[in-house]
Ligand binder design. Structure first.
Ligand SMILES: C=C(O[C@@H]1C=C(C(=O)O)C=C[C@H]1O)C(=O)O
Length: 198
């Protein structure tokens, strides 16, 4: 994949507020539009849920996310990428960016998350305001599709497969935080586990 085709994929990616615009299969739509914490939903569909932190570092944000986080042009952000694993199977590749202008008081728990789920710090915090979901089909050349495949060492994602993603902007005090979740084909194999979780 050359840089120019990667750039084309970025430019072609349309983030839309309506999931039906994606023509995604119904099975994906149920995950893409799931309300509340994705972590909580995945825990209900597995006996063992784990966040595998791939990295959390400073990076340049993607071209198609700068405006969403209030930046006039792509610039340096805090970037966190993880694989969410259900019974050790990776089911979601997640990418989170926070502008460097954010302070520790905006996102007090973000920098030391490690393998704790970001969701556990967002949901339940009265100061966090969640924005609307946006949806996209990620073409093969989109950087997040490339990174998801690399993280999986191409375990389960054929090159020609379209990946479906959603993203959501969170606000807290003066800070913004954009979470993008790329749903892997294995998520469709999950079955709800009804246990009496006390
Ligand atoms: C936003 C949530 O947090 C999840 C956990 C993430 C992490 O730990 O980096 C990233 C994306 C989410 O799927 C959630 O659970 O809804």
């Amino acid at each position: 994949m050359t840089a120019s085709t990667r750039g084309a994929s970025l430019r072609q990616t349309q983030w839309r507020p309506h999931v039906l615009a994606l023509n995604a299969p119904r099975a994906y739509r149920q995950w893409l539009t799931a309300d509340g914490s994705l972590t909580a939903k995945l825990k209900d569909h597995s006996r063992a849920f784990r966040v595998q932190c791939l990295h959390q570092t400073t990076a340049r944000c993607l071209t198609d996310e700068a405006a969403a986080i209030g930046m006039h042009r792509p610039g340096r952000v805090w970037e966190r990428e993880v694989l969410l694993r259900c019974d050790n199977t990776p089911v979601v590749f997640a990418h989170t960016v926070v502008p460097m202008s954010a302070t520790a008081t905006d996102w007090p728990l973000f920098s030391a998350l490690g393998e704790r789920s970001l969701g556990t710090t967002l949901f339940g915090d009265q100061q966090v305001r969640r924005g609307v979901l946006e949806f996209a089909r990620l073409r093969e050349g989109h950087p997040l599709a490339q990174r998801a495949r690399k993280a999986l060492q191409l375990e389960q994602v054929r090159e020609e497969l379209i990946l479906y993603a959603r993203r959501c902007l969170y606000r807290r005090r003066q800070g913004t935080l954009l979470v993008t979740e790329v749903f892997l084909p294995s998520v469709l194999e999950l079955k709800r586990i009804t246990t009496n979780r006390s």
